[in-house]
Write a protein that binds this ligand. Structure first.
Ligand code: ZN
Length: 416
């Protein structure tokens, strides 16, 4: 693999202008965006993206999930393409950059290659994955999940929004059911540039996050059963208090996550107390534990420890205890060779960087199952995302796209 010249940079002003133009489509109410998947706004955003790709000399392919693939030809027709992209759909009160930076940053890479007259052996493909957010049609990362074989297309088509509209019908309504079978494409590599959506890079003063892993997770739903009783007239030693059990387990979840640092996290996020009356000792509490780690062994150990702790607390207090797993992702280990390519590009370009774990799910996490994949992250102000106030600097955006440019060029192989 040949490393390109260190002096190459993307056009920062053009990237920033394109981000701004895309944000005008499906504007939010507070400066962000509401461009939810398979809406008219999504359709308009897709057309703008398609027009830009074609103006940059690329040809657009669309699969039956509406995933968009704009190809810049390589010199070797037999070489597998190098992919880069993310998603253009947003949350209902979403920001301008979540996903969009990864798609338009990739487009800017191709525009820059055109400006510089650089050709590559491998074709380069810029991708927009359908329905990454999952806000309108759960679950998130739906179309990349079908592409990677996690879900069937029938399952995806049958997902419904709050009005009962089906994903498949809405995809057809906006005119983006393509003719390519989903998942048929083979990839030499896949890159996703994304904002961090967390506070670490900014706090550490780093411009580039080299994403080595994605968090795996378990969601455990715990039901504790005690006895409803009067809070005033029941002696303390005669209570079977499910609320007390929930509180003690919550504390244990925190301790367990703390004992598996670095990167492990854990919390009780959702609690339903029965009968939820101010003068009744709770006879039942149902709550969910969310534990995450980028390491499979740690994740499994944390789950076992949480379950042991919950049963021990319940036994101590005389409570019934049942535990049901209600959600799970395995940790993601991104391709080590591509991770090194991204790290090396950041280093050569002189951008401050650090290795980082993605706390959120991304299309790259699913594509990693079927192709060598890696992510590049840039900071966002205050770690804020999924919020219209989401903000990044033009310098951060440009740095992320520069690293993408150099990493993709190394893997796609510059033709002299
Ligand atoms: Zn995103």
């Amino acid at each position: 693999m040949s490393a390109p010249g260190e002096n190459l940079r993307i056009n920062s002003a053009r990237l920033w202008d394109s981000l701004d133009q895309m944000a005008q489509i499906g504007p939010g109410v507070a400066g962000g965006c509401n461009r939810q998947t398979l809406t008219d706004a999504d359709n308009a955003g897709r057309h703008l993206f398609k027009d830009w790709c074609e103006a940059a000399g690329m040809t657009m392919g669309v699969d039956t999930m509406g995933n968009m693939f704009a190809t810049r030809a390589g010199t070797d027709p037999a070489a597998l393409p190098v992919y880069m992209g993310s998603h253009l759909d947003t949350q209902p009160t979403g920001g301008r950059y979540d996903g969009v930076l990864g798609v338009l940053g990739a487009l800017e890479v191709v525009r820059s290659l055109n400006d510089l007259g650089i050709r590559t052996k491998h074709p380069i493909v810029v991708t927009n994955w359908t329905n990454e957010e999952g806000a309108r049609f759960a679950p998130a990362m739906l179309a990349s999940g079908v592409f990677a074989g996690l879900h069937t297309q029938d399952y995806a088509y049958g997902r419904t929004d709050l009005e009962g509209k089906r994903f498949g019908d809405e995809l057809a309504r906006i005119g983006w059911v393509g003719d390519e079978p989903v998942g048929a494409r083979k990839m030499h590599a896949m890159f996703e540039l994304h904002i961090e959506q967390g506070p670490i890079l900014e706090a550490e003063g780093k411009t580039i996050g080299v994403v080595t892993h994605g968090q795996g997770l378990w969601w455990l739903e715990i039901t504790l059963t005690g006895k409803d009783a009067h809070t005033g007239s029941t002696p303390m030693n005669m209570r079977v208090n499910a609320g007390l059990g929930m509180a003690r387990i919550t504390e244990r979840v925190h301790q367990i996550a703390m004992s598996h640092q670095p990167n492990a996290v854990g919390a009780v996020g959702q609690v339903t107390v029965f009968p939820n009356s101010r003068n009744v000792i709770p006879g039942k509490v149902v709550f969910t534990v969310d534990i995450r780690s980028p390491e499979q062994a740690k994740l499994d150990a944390m789950r076992a420890e949480v379950e042991r702790a919950a049963h021990a607390v319940a036994a101590e207090l005389g409570l019934g205890c049942s535990i049901e797993p209600v959600g799970h992702f395995d940790p993601v280990t991104f391709d080590p060779a591509l991770v090194q390519v991204v790290r090396g590009a950041a280093e050569r370009l002189g951008y401050s960087h650090m290795d980082i774990v993605s706390g959120a799910g991304h299309d790259a996490c699913w594509i990693n199952r079927v192709a060598p994949t890696v992510m590049v992250m840039c900071p966002c102000v205050g770690g804020l995302s999924h919020n219209e106030a989401e903000e990044i600097s033009p310098e951060w955006a440009a740095a992320g796209a520069d690293v993408l440019l150099h990493a993709v060029l190394e893997v796609a192989e510059v033709v002299a």
